[in-house]
Write a protein that binds this ligand. Sequence first.
Ligand SMILES: [Zn+2]
Length: 432
Amino acid sequence: MKKLLLLLTVGCSLSLQAQMLHRCYSKEAISYQNQLTPGFAEAVDQQFELAKQWSQDNGPTRSLYTIPVVFHVVYNTPEENIPDSVIWNQLVRLNEDYARMNADTSNMRSEFMPVAGATQIQFMMAGIDPQGNPTNGITRTSSATTSFGSFNAFFGDFTDLEKVKSTADGGHDAWDGTRYLNIWICDMSINGQAFLLGYATPPANLPNWPVGSTPDNLGDGVVLQYQCVGSNNPNDLGVANYTVLGRTAIHEVGHYLGLRHVWGDGDCTMDDGINDTPDATDASQQDCDQTKNTCNADVVGLGDLHDMIENYMDYSAETCQNSFTDQQAALMHGVLENQRYDLVHNNPAGLEELAVSVSCFPNPTNDFLTVISSELIEQLEVVDLNGKVLLETKGNGNKTTLELQAFEAGMYTVLIHHSNGTVAQQRVAVVK
Ligand SMILES: [Zn+2]
């Protein structure tokens, strides 16, 4: 009956689009898998506890973890084939938000300052593909599938959504999920209306399945609605009062690294398992209500805090999200040291393992930046946060100096193209 009513609602009135929009189906993905493989949800919870125990015993670590990312763009229309500049922007947003270098951290209410934290996790475009060839970390697939969304998907059957992860089904096969964070970008709309912004799979390596795998029904990684990628996306999501800042990816990668929603997907008796996030009864629904305090439980040492709408793992507006907490960071470290160990240890998919040693100094700089590489530098590009190339210059042997005097203060990415075809990237800060 409930299904029928929902179907009628969706079918009869697109004006109810706001109710139709779902920010995230990561919890639904676990439920779906659990229906097919009873015990899956319990196993996910056990893995969470294992990572949490590790983080309590060891962390947060002082390591800086680097995750190689491949973006699979699967498109049916030219608009869905979003440009490299948007994907680069998304990567920069990931790095900014996970490093807590985003400018809007200043919006954080003071009560959360003791718990807000940088994650010590950074993301790099994959430098080599699974065959060992140089790559820019982006695959592009023209597909006959107009949308991977469907009413089946709306009701929690992931069969259609998951086709984006299969070349045979109009999508693109995953690269080795133990070595790459796979992020698929596609259209999941229903009748042209966005219904879902993204979903992710929880950490793998669960009991009863082969090491490093997830069950067949869910391919490991993150899926994003194409208009939600980056903060410079030229495509309109078509949802009133929703501002896209690229934070669907921040949220979904959080799930991929083991985090739960801050309200624990339940009332005040349900916790997200993280001690420094305040309890909440339910999700913030695209709002930024700073007066909300839906549960009375204390955060140890800090008392009863408001609902943390600033947290990336809430459903608050992207414009008021700006932080993870220290213990969320520690939990993610626990996952990277356990269930997703191979992603960040001795990983040939990353750039560090290419035997290319690159350094940029001084960093930060206010005028000149010297780039030194163990490989011959063919070309250098400096890219801003919007993915725009601001400076392009030929390399000079193994050492090239860039003139950045005219650059405004901020974060930039330097792309170092080598004559052997590899591309390295370094983040640099310009200060004034
Ligand atoms: Zn979520």
